[in-house]
Design a protein around this ligand. Structure first.
Ligand SMILES: NC(=O)C1=CN([C@@H]2O[C@H](COP(=O)(O)OP(=O)(O)OC[C@H]3O[C@@H](n4cnc5c(N)ncnc54)[C@H](OP(=O)(O)O)[C@@H]3O)[C@@H](O)[C@H]2O)[C@@H](O)CC1
Ligand SMILES: Nc1ncnc2c1ncn2[C@@H]1O[C@H](COP(=O)(O)OP(=O)(O)O)[C@@H](O)[C@H]1O
Ligand SMILES: [Mg+2]
Length: 290
């Protein structure tokens, strides 16, 4: 069944924070990506997760990126992505692993996906974006099927590579069939990004994002979304409505920026998120709403 995502989903998903809580209650997120050439992708994803409220964020990236990452966002921890020992200890401690932004598709990147597959547990959420999806498109054996939930966030060309469905033939029924073929465990949510992003689970639900604008056609907007999904799922779980809330929130921020700006910088989306989350923390019908 196809439904348009409505604003109400934000009131339903986002809840006020309780006093008796700490950073560990709001999601430990590991972001993996950012090679020598695409460090920005990892940084933008990290800012998405940070703006979306992740409790703790660690970036596994090429060591060249650490100074620029920390200059922008000292909140983010760092681990060298070639340090396999450290990474394999770290991965099982996380709530969400977001992988692929600017990661590249070389042998080292593939090795990282194999490490994720070897160490992820069945109570963790894995978000796969960009290069991670391109690697999987050439070798599905690196998918960590045992994860509790796998959220994939391809744009149309990445989905074409992964599903073998050409963009013009990417209709709901073909997309669902391909998704079920790739993820027989039925633990995947597909976020198929375009100007009208659609979200599919494996139980027949399809949600369409009504928001977004062409100002968001700026490199890094998708990297930012993967971090936002990680941050939101780290706090509110990896179910369909939480993922849809993240997609909606990303576009809502983009639309607010676009009202007064010709283009939308991905980092501006992330910067706007804390105040948007605040707006939606109390339920619509909640008498205690402040
Ligand atoms: N600052 C950074 O560090 C950044 C780093 N990045 C990292 O770069 C890596 C490669 O990712 P990628 O997405 O740039 O390349 P790819 O997967 O080849 O797809 C692009 C090709 O598809 C086409 N295209 C057609 N329709 C499309 C659609 N609806 N949506 C999107 N594309 C569409 C388009 O066609 P064109 O018009 O250019 O012919 C183009 O040829 C990856 O690791 C990523 O994380 C980026 O995130 C950017 C910021
Ligand atoms: N014309 C548009 N209208 C609405 N949303 C758009 C438009 N162009 C891009 N976006 C959004 O921006 C993001 C682009 O993702 P992606 O192609 O992965 O970018 P990148 O890899 O450069 O970060 C998606 O969330 C997509 O929905
Ligand atoms: Mg992308």
């Amino acid at each position: 069944m196809m439904k348009k995502i409505e604003e109400n989903i934000l009131y339903e998903t986002i809840t006020p924070r309780k006093s008796n809580t700490h950073k560990g209650d709001y999601g430990k997120i590991l972001l993996i990506g950012g090679n020598l050439n695409f460090g920005g992708a990892l940084i933008m994803s990290a800012e998405g997760a940070l703006g979306a409220g992740a409790g703790l964020i660690c970036a596994a990236t090429h060591s060249i990126n650490v100074a620029s990452l920390h200059a922008r966002d000292p909140e983010i921890m760092y681990v060298d992505w070639r340090d396999e020992q450290n990474l394999s200890k770290l991965i099982p401690q996380m709530d969400v692993i977001v992988c692929g932004m600017g990661m590249g598709i070389d042998a080292g990147a593939k090795k990282i996906l194999q490490l994720v597959k070897a160490t992820v547990t069945n109570n963790q959420i894995v978000v796969l974006d960009a290069s991670a999806l391109d690697i999987i498109a050439t070798d599905t054996s690196v998918i960590a099927h045992q994860a509790k939930k796998i959220i994939i966030t391809p744009h149309q060309i990445e989905w074409q590579r992964l599903s073998n469905i050409r963009v013009q033939y990417q209709n709901d029924s073909a997309n669902q069939t391909a998704l079920n073929g790739l993820f027989p465990q039925k633990n995947c949510i597909l976020v198929l990004k375009s100007n009208k992003t659609k979200i599919y689970d494996q139980f027949g639900n399809i949600l369409e994002n009504p928001l977004g604008n062409p100002g968001m056609a700026t490199g890094g907007c998708g990297d930012t979304l993967s971090g936002i999904i990680g941050g939101i799922c780290g706090q509110f779980g990896g179910e369909l409505n939480a993922v849809a809330s993240a997609v909606y929130l990303h576009s809502l921020a983009g639309d607010i920026i676009y009202r007064k700006n010709y283009i939308v910088r991905p980092t501006a989306i992330s910067a706007l998120l804390p105040q948007l989350l605040k707006k939606y923390e109390y339920n619509n019908n909640d008498v205690e709403r402040q």
